[in-house]
Design a protein around this ligand. Structure first.
Ligand SMILES: [Zn+2]
Length: 237
């Protein structure tokens, strides 16, 4: 096996590891949804709070109306069942009934307002709630998918890591040291393919004919643009 090819095999492993790392770092865990949810939570706090207040006010008034009606009915019963005869007492009860009815009328007016006011606010709150639920769902799906892919990446990563030492062993020590040096400098991959139109696959720099010939005789050649180690695929024929 050519020395450069043994190095290239090591590079393939390292570049696969690099790609997996990049992919893992870029996994979509629903961050965008999370941000939107934070905004919507604020919106819901407002509109949901208003809807709840209106609905509660309405319920409360309806209960009060019921109890007022019961009180009035009780007084009327007293007035007409003959149990009260004193004109003073009758007058007091009639006054009481009048007061209760006035209060009930006031409640009715407010209730009519609430029948108009509450439904659109409740509808708006429901709409925001539905948006929140949909986003929560989407976030969960993304997160589940990311976790699954992350586990796959981990498995692929472990397999490559396990395979690396035996592949590295095949590369002559000095060549491997040069490679590691370039890899450290580049921050990503240390080797680049020479494309069909004689350019570096990483930076696009033209590979002069002289260098190409060196590669053919298995000599180490650095790209003049990015300084990565160049590799020319061996023709399969
Ligand atoms: Zn280059």
């Amino acid at each position: 096996m050519s020395e450069l090819y043994s190095l290239y095999k090591l590079h393939k492993i390292d570049s696969a590891v690099y790609s997996l790392r990049q992919e893992a770092a870029g996994l979509d865990t629903g961050q965008e949804e999370e941000e939107k949810l934070k905004e919507l939570a604020k919106v819901y706090e407002d509109v949901g709070g208003r809807a709840k207040a209106l609905v509660n006010e309405q319920k409360d008034l309806e209960l009060q109306q019921k109890s007022l009606a019961e009180k009035v009915a009780g007084f009327n019963k007293k007035l007409y069942d003959g149990s009260i005869v004193s004109p003073k007492e009758i007058e007091n009860i009639e006054k009481e009934i009048k007061m209760l009815k006035a209060l009930s009328d006031k409640h009715d007016t407010r209730l009519l307002e609430l029948f108009e006011e509450a439904p659109p606010v409740v509808a708006e709150a429901d709409k925001v709630r539905a948006q929140i639920d949909a986003l929560e769902q989407k976030k969960k799906e993304k997160r589940d998918k990311a976790v699954q892919r992350h586990n796959e990446i981990k498995a692929e990563f472990d397999a490559l890591k396990q395979k690396r030492p035996e592949v590295a062993k095949e590369v002559p020590k000095d060549l491997r040291e040069k490679y590691e040096e370039v890899r450290k400098k580049s921050g990503d991959v240390a080797m680049a393919d020479v494309t069909d139109d004689q350019a570096c696959s990483q930076c696009g720099m033209h590979v002069p004919r002289k260098q190409s010939e060196f590669l053919d005789s298995d000599r180490i050649v650095f790209c003049e643009g990015c300084h990565r180690i160049l590799f020319k695929a061996v023709p399969t024929a």
